[in-house]
Ligand binder design. Structure first.
Ligand code: NAI
Ligand code: AKG
Length: 429
């Protein structure tokens, strides 16, 4: 059992709290005064365009029948087709998927990609199911949402507990139902199926690029910087490795199995191997265990939350001693915590900017699939870096102009773009 089950729930999971969708709505309310005449259209952002809840009946390996609840939400498609990952997690809710879809709309617009926002999920703990069962569940889910996805409508990708194999099954199922191989229906596919080089690492690489820019802006040399990372999967593991290779010291890592600490710096390559072999960071060599709560009070230069939403809340924000927070996860900081951290002068690179590297390389993959012409990994990484730098500078410019946080600035830039598209498209059929 995870040590986290023994701790109080984060405040956003308390009954009566706003929940992820409520948090998103509050973020939109906070930015509305900066939208000028576009504010007239702001209601567009406060309701999803389309919500689909599906029942997924599947025969398990032992012959019994199980039913899972799945979702696909398209929040906004004013600027292009919906885009966003698919999450398999036991705590997935409609409110969460709605918020994740909305953050995708904001993210795509903040980085100026020609996409709207969407997200999907299945309420399931995938660790309890065999590979064959997961394949059947994924295929049935894909068929159930098949009428609303498509390369020009809504393009899924990996998120928590899904990966390139999941995308291969989705692409194959969609193609079988269409009667034609349709590689552009999902991104994050295996390279053999039209996937893009660099996509697996892209989100962590983007975190590294903007994290480095933020460190420079705050006079923190990356070489020797102390870094704590929560979540050591696709995003956290890659970001930790890139910072480690740049000379930073990864002093603590937390995942669902535990928290490991080494004040002189963990050997990240060994830690990655340990996680591959054992499924989590607990018991990693050359580390001491910490309890989950101690992690948040560690004296550090950069904190990278790269696990789930609501991890930084009013119950722990006050104890955080990082100089910079780079949000690898979606929605890791509640609005209450955001206020506390801003008052403490902690510099936050918000999720919609910091973790946009993944969807950026997904965009490259989608473009490559259409042209059937594939780029080298160096080309992809160079383009990714350029786009992340451009987005960071333009959001930092908006922040300076309005004297607001990078989060508010990213929302101002993104919401303005979405609402401008809404306005010029017009309303009538
Ligand atoms: N994969 C991608 O391309 C993108 C992912 N994200 C976001 O980044 C975050 C992480 O996603 P991935 O790395 O893809 O997922 P993943 O499934 O590869 O890894 C998730 C990590 O979080 C840890 N974790 C889960 N529950 C935890 C808990 N209660 N406490 C501490 N750690 C916990 C897991 O142990 C694992 O290390 C999510 O918020 C996701 O939405 C954002 C943009 C793109
Ligand atoms: O790569 C994508 O299309 C979306 C990735 C994603 O789900 C996210 O950025 O949160």
């Amino acid at each position: 059992m995870s040590q986290h089950n023994t701790h109080a729930l984060p405040s956003y999971l308390d009954p009566g709290h706003l929940g992820p969708w409520g948090i998103y709505l509050e973020q939109v309310d906070r930015v509305t005064p900066y939208l000028g005449r576009q504010a007239k259209w702001v209601e567009t952002l406060k309701r999803p365009k389309r919500v689909l809840i599906v029942d997924i009946p599947v025969e398990l390996d032992d012959g019994t029948i199980a039913h899972f609840e799945g979702y696909r939400v398209q929040h906004n498609v004013s600027r292009g087709p919906g885009k966003g990952g698919v999450r398999y997690h036991q705590d997935v809710t409609l409110s969460e998927v709605m918020a994740l879809a909305a953050w995708m709309s904001v993210k795509a617009a903040a980085v100026n990609l020609p996409f709207g926002g969407a997200k999907g999920g299945i309420r399931i703990d995938p660790r309890n199911y065999s590979r064959a069962e997961l394949e059947r569940i994924t295929r049935r889910y894909t068929s159930e949402i098949g009428s609303i996805i498509g390369p020009h409508k809504d393009i899924p990708a990996p998120d928590v507990n899904t990966n390139a194999q999941t995308m291969a099954w989705m692409m194959d199922t969609y193609s079988m139902n269409q009667g034609a191989t349709t590689t552009g229906v999902v991104t994050g596919k295996p390279i053999a199926l039209g996937g893009s080089l660099g996509r697996v690492e892209a989100t962590g690489r983007g975190v590294f690029v903007v994290g480095t820019a933020a460190a420079e802006q705050n006079g923190i040399p990356v070489e020797g910087a102390r870094i704590c990372v929560q979540g050591f999967g696709n995003v956290g593991g890659t970001a930790a490795r890139l910072f480690y290779e740049a000379g930073a010291k990864i002093v603590a890592v937390q995942d669902h199995t535990g928290t490991v600490h080494n004040a002189s710096g963990l050997d990240v390559l060994r830690l990655l191997k340990h996680v591959e072999e054992t499924g989590g960071v607990a018991g990693a060599p050359d580390s001491e265990p910490l309890n989950a709560d101690e992690f948040w009070g560690l004296d550090t230069d950069i904190l990278i939350p790269a696990a789930l939403e609501g991890q930084i809340h009013e119950g722990n924000a006050d104890r955080i001693r990082a100089r910079i927070i780079v949000e690898g996860a979606n929605g890791p900081t509640t609005p209450e915590a955001d206020d506390i951290l801003n008052d403490k002068g902690i510099f936050i690179v918000p999720d919609v900017l910091a973790n946009a590297g993944g969807v950026t390389v997904s965009y490259f993959e989608w473009v490559q699939d259409f042209s059937s012409f594939f780029w080298t990994e160096d080309e992809i990484n160079a383009r990714l870096e350029r786009m992340m730098h451009t987005a960071y500078s333009s959001v930092a410019g908006v922040a300076a102009q309005h004297k607001v946080s990078l989060r508010t600035a990213a929302f101002i830039a993104a919401c303005s773009r979405i609402l401008e598209a809404r306005e010029v498209r017009g309303l009538y059929p």
